[in-house]
Design a protein around this ligand. Structure first.
Ligand code: FAD
Length: 542
């Protein structure tokens, strides 16, 4: 008994020491603060155009993942590019240990935009959208803190739009370009990083550099998919094209994975010049049952947008297959209001004619191009209403080589996640040749690979799946890939050891590391990615 209580006392003492360590740093004016006195004093003496706060740190401590919370020492809302330079320069002092994280809209899921005891730069203040409609090279130039939805609306006003998207548009320009930016247009136009013409970047040395395919190319390609390691993107110039006005949004169900896979791969291999190439190709796994999140009822395109009702769609499921999962192919054809519905019907019939979906059932609906691209905002509203938007999201996104996707189906889709994951399971192929080998983003070493996204939504306690169980299943999936030699790559990657990062980057690692030395040698930037430890010349006396 005595032993037990002394053990529990030492446990409490240990806890206390740990807690004290967390809070041990005090500012010179004796206000508690998570920064060294040097960094605190240097930050307060800056003449910022924007704002600086040591107290309003809650938002910057969290992200969409909702399970990793790291409190920054300060939050800066930069009012200018110079503000970003000034904050980074505080970190460059030989006595500083400051780290600096750009936060776009905080939609990553593993704390990648956090800076424990460092400075979070709330990038949403870096704004501005300018459209240039030069005949040969139309583009939009956007501040890195702008959201894609606002870029879309601004360009659509002039009848233009970027060509490559993410499924959800309340993501920042700087945030997605640091990853890749993938959706159903990427098989044809490449990810968003393949559509960037020029960027302005503040490096970890505090230099402001304009870079492009021809100017400062090393930084340009490094920053594309670079996980924010080489600099903070402040502005990006993105290619645009004349925009369609309407979209025919189509879904069809498959019982057999082989047929689903065969059709998807045939569709993404069509040349862009073909009259029969779709404008968007995705797919997802639907699990048996009426679950509104990943069950059968998700098959018809979003009824919130269309107010369409679909009768007897379950008829398509009356089959002898014993599997609990089905596959839904999702396609889109863009068109203009001047095109007649009859012509679009004819075109669609010809385009889906050779596909091998089950039951002869195709769901389709016509929506505006804007509604189609912003379709996830309707799901967002529903998730907010039931509390799952703000609950934790232990997401796993991976890129699986085409040669192994059938193995993945047999074990993971048909067994491991056969009852669903509490959210969509996306699965669609992409063409490697649309990704620049010079960019930092890494993809599997095959001509075609699949994006497989387990977009888990947990219900608030005590209703939902346990977050721990979701994490454990993610681990199980990763382990399956490792044990079976499936050369997958994580998308929106997160690792805790540098050796895992080396594996992730593979033959790009040496170049990635060399770029870090060139552009952020003190490893001040994006500490939440957990790739490089901060280099500190000399610690200040506290
Ligand atoms: P943050 O999460 O704030 O930042 C992400 C990383 O980028 C951090 O390391 C941060 O430091 C760094 N960063 C942010 N801004 C800058 C900058 N200006 N310069 C340098 N580094 C910067 N991704 C897809 O590709 N396709 C999708 O369809 C898709 N759908 C999504 C749907 C939802 C509901 C959510 C939550 C995410 C989705 N994502 C998708 C993932 C998204 O691309 C990432 O979360 C990405 O990080 C963008 O989010 P953000 O702008 O909030 O960036």
């Amino acid at each position: 008994m005595a032993l037990l209580s002394s053990l529990s006392l030492s446990k409490h003492l240990l806890m206390l020491v740990l807690l004290m360590e967390e809070n041990e740093v005090h500012c010179k004016n004796s206000q508690p603060c998570d920064l060294s006195s040097h960094d605190y004093m240097s930050l307060t003496s800056l003449n910022l155009h924007g704002s600086l706060s040591f107290n309003e740190t809650l938002r910057a401590s969290k992200d969409f993942g909702g399970f990793r919370v790291r409190k920054p020492g300060a939050v800066v809302e930069p009012g200018s590019v110079q503000d970003i330079v000034d904050v980074i320069k505080v970190g460059l002092s030989s006595v500083s240990g400051l780290t600096v994280a750009a936060r776009g809209n905080g939609h990553c899921t593993n704390g990648q935009a956090q800076a424990h005891r460092g400075v979070v730069l709330e990038m949403r203040g870096i704004k501005g959208i300018e459209v240039s409609l030069s005949r040969d090279n139309p583009y939009v130039e956007a501040g890195a803190g702008e959201l894609w939805i606002d870029v879309l609306k601004a360009t659509l006003k002039l009848g233009f739009a970027p060509v490559s998207w993410t499924d959800y548009l309340s993501l920042s320009i700087g945030g997605t370009l640091s990853q890749a930016g993938i959706s159903g247009q990427a098989f044809r136009h490449g990810p968003q990083i393949s559509t960037v013409l020029q960027m302005e970047i503040v490096t970890g040395k505090g230099e402001v550099i304009t870079c492009s395919h021809t100017e400062e190319e090393d930084l340009f390609y490094g920053a594309l998919g670079g996980l924010g390691q080489f600099g903070i993107i402040t502005k990006a110039r993105i290619a645009i094209q004349p925009a369609p006005q309407r979209t025919r949004w189509i879904r069809a169900i498959y019982e057999e994975f082989e047929e689903f896979k065969g059709d998807q791969e045939m569709l993404i291999s069509m040349p862009s010049s073909s009259h029969h190439v779709f404008d968007y190709i995705e797919g997802f796994v639907a699990c048996i049952g009426d679950d509104p999140i990943d069950g059968w009822d998700t098959i018809p395109p979003n009824t919130m947008i269309t107010h369409h009702t679909y009768d007897h769609h379950h008829a398509a499921w009356n089959s002898s297959s014993s599997s609990t999962v089905r596959y839904c192919l999702e396609l889109a054809i863009n068109y203009n209001t001047a095109d007649s519905t009859h012509d679009i019907d004819k075109k669609m019939k010809a385009m889906v004619g050779s596909l091998r979906f089950s039951g002869g059932v195709v769901y389709s609906v016509d929506v505006s191009y804007l509604d189609f691209l912003s379709r996830v905002s309707y799901s967002e509203a529903r998730a907010r209403a039931i509390g799952t938007w703000d609950a934790p999201h232990p997401w796993l996104n991976i890129l699986v080589p085409v040669s192994r996707i059938a193995d993945f189906d047999r074990t993971i889709f048909k067994e491991t996640v056969r009852l669903g994951v509490g959210g969509p399971i996306l699965v669609y192929p992409l063409n490697s040749n649309k990704w620049s080998d010079r960019a930092s983003a890494v993809v599997p070493d095959e001509e075609v690979f699949y994006l497989v996204a387990f977009l888990r939504f947990s219900l608030p306690f005590p209703l939902g799946f346990s977050v721990e169980a979701m994490h454990a299943q993610n681990q199980q999936i990763m382990e399956f890939c490792k044990q079976n030699g499936i050369g997958m790559k994580q998308y929106l990657p997160y690792y805790s050891k540098q050796s895992e990062w080396e594996d992730h980057f593979g033959n790009k690692w040496e170049e990635y590391r060399a770029r870090k030395m060139r552009y952020d040698p003190m490893a001040i930037l994006a500490p939440g990615q957990n790739i490089f430890p901060r280099i500190i010349s000399r610690r200040e006396e506290k």
